[in-house]
Design a protein around this ligand. Sequence first.
Ligand code: COA
Length: 276
Amino acid sequence: MSIEHAEQDTVTFRVEGKIAWVRFHRPEKRNCMSPKLNRQMMRVLEQLEFREDVGVLVLTGEGTAWSAGMDLKEYFRETEAAGLGAMRNAQREAYGWWRRLRWYQKPTIAMVNGWCFGGGYGPLFACDLAFAADEAMFGLSEVNWGILPGGGASKVATELLSFRNAMYHAMMGENIDGKTAAAWGLVNESHPLDKLEARVTAVANVLLKKNPVALKATKDAVRRAREMTYDNAEDYLIRAQEAANSFDNHGRKEGMRQFIDDKTYKPGLGAYEKSR
Ligand code: COA
C-alpha cells in the first residue's frame, strides 16, 4: 500500500556527538526527490548549517535506497502538466538545495546505503566525501526511460569519472555496485553495508578534530581550484587563506606554536589540539 508522507516527514534528522545524520525519508518511494522533499531538505539544511552542536553533516537514506533520483510522477509529470513556470520552480527547488550543499559551511559526507540514480548524482557530488555500501547500486538510468542525464548528472559523471567510464555509464544505462563506484572514483570508499555507518562515523570524528575555519576554506579551495588556471588558483588560495585568517587567526598560530615551540604534535601525523 502506498503511504503519502506529509512534506515535513520527507526528510528526518538527528544530531548526535556533533554529527547531523540527515535522511531522505520516503522509503516506500525509494527516496526519490519530489518537490515536497526538495523544499523540506532545503529547510533542514538551513536549520542545521550554523548550529554550534553540528560539526559534520551526513546525508543518507531510509530503507533500501539512498535516492532513486527525481520523482518521475511528482517532479516530472505533474509539474510538466502544470506548465513551464511550475517546471522552472521545481528545478530551482532541487538545484537550490544541491548548490547550498556544495558550498555548505560544515563538511558533508554522502553515506550511500542503497540505490542511487540520476538526479541523486547532484547531492552525491554536492557532498564533500562519499562512502557507499558494497551493496549500493549506482546508475544513470535516464537513457532507459528516454531522456539525457540532466539536472547536473552528466556534469557529475564527467567531473568524477574518466571520459570512457562516464560515456559508458551514461549511454548503457547499466548499474554499478559500490565497489565499482569506488574503483571509478564516484565515491571515496565502499564497505559492507553493516560496516558503513561505523566507517562514516570514524571519518566524521577525524573531521571534528580539525579546525572548522580551515576545513571550510579547504573544501571551497578544492572545489574552486578545479576550474581555475594554475595562476588564478595560486592567487585565489592566497586571498582565501588571508580571508580565513580574519575568521580565525588564533587556530593557525596555535597550530604553529604547538608544533614549533611545544613540540606536542606533528602536522604531518595529525591535528593540533583545538581546545588550547
Ligand atoms: N520516481 C517516481 N517513483 C519512484 C521512483 C522514481 N524515481 N523510484 C521508485 N519509485 C516508486 C515506484 O513507482 C513504486 O511506487 P508504488 O509503490 O506506488 O508502485 C515505489 O517507488 C517502489 O519502487 P519499486 O520499483 O517497486 O522498488 P524496487 O525496490 O523494486 O526497485 C528501483 C527500486 C530504484 C530499481 C526502481 O524503483 C526504479 O527503477 N526507480 C527509478 C529509478 C530512476 O530511473 N531514477 C532516475 C530518475 S532521473
